[in-house]
Ligand binder design. Structure first.
Ligand code: PGA
Length: 256
């Protein structure tokens, strides 16, 4: 077994909650567990952009991440949010290539550009990959391999230490919690992803890239996945808005 180092528990709030007061309340509760776990667990919250800027005003034992960045560095792109702007208001992480962004039109090329913008801005970049569906012939593996190569092969190697991969099978995102991928299957995907990363960057650097699992994670399956999925952490959607449950995941991760 590979020494896993620090675990990441990342919450993707998507377009929630309704108000900044609610956002602050969740963050405050989560901070208690994040503080006690911080020696072994990195807690990251990815709130909506306006909340991120406000949450970043107080010092907290959590990191803040943006849910997306523009593929452009600057210029006439009304409504886009630049990576460097998010960095400037307190983000230290970014998610790119989330399946919900890919569904809204992000291609592999867009994901590659966003990855570069994010890394250039100094953000640790969580790149989401994952197949739409599974088949018996391994076509889903080629799909994931291709997503990784498209996002990473043109990347200057100096950036590889700031890359985090989130493996999120699209069919498991937003689904039933009992349908999350099993720890055994997750472990197989972790091995597969490391193999692709090794081809790109060599084994030593590939082994250092954190690999997270995401897709219908709740407290129950989180425990199993963290205990035997060989992942470096979790990307949690819906259940990250439940401050008590998300805090329990952080505390559990600290016991591993
Ligand atoms: P979910 O979302 O945990 O609600 O399935 C995961 C994600 O979108 O990253």
């Amino acid at each position: 077994m590979i020494r896993r180092g620090k675990l990441y528990i990342v919450g993707n709030w998507k377009m929630n909650p309704d108000t900044y007061d609610e956002a602050r309340h969740i963050a405050t509760v989560v901070c208690r567990s994040a503080r006690s776990a911080q020696r072994t667990v990195t807690t990251v919250i990815c709130p909506p952009a306006p909340f991120l800027a406000l949450l970043a005003r107080s010092r907290r034992p959590i990191c803040l991440g943006t849910q997306d960045v523009s593929s452009a560095f600057d210029g006439a792109y009304t409504g886009e949010i630049a990576a460097r702007h998010m960095r400037s208001v307190g983000a230290t992480y970014a998610i790119v290539g989330h399946s919900e962004r890919r569904r809204s039109g992000d291609t592999d090329t867009t994901v590659r550009e966003k990855t570069l913008r994010s890394l250039e801005a100094g953000l640790k970049t969580i790149i989401c990959v994952g197949e739409e569906s599974r088949d018996d012939h391994g076509a889903f593996l080629s799909f994931v391999r291709n997503q990784l190569l498209e996002a990473l092969s043109a990347l200057p190697k100096k950036h590889c230490s700031d890359v985090i991969i989130a493996y999120e099978p699209v069919w498991a995102v937003g689904g039933n919690y009992q349908d999350a991928l099993s720890p055994d299957h997750i472990h197989q995907m972790v091995i597969f992803i490391r193999k692709v990363l090794s081809e790109l960057w060599g084994r030593a650097d590939a082994m250092r890239v954190p690999i997270l699992y995401g897709g219908s994670v709740d407290l129950e399956n989180a425990k199993r996945i963290l205990a035997s999925g060989e992942v470096n952490g979790l990307l949690v959607g819906r259940r990250s808005l439940d401050a008590t449950e998300f805090s329990s995941m952080i505390r559990y991760a600290a016991t591993i």
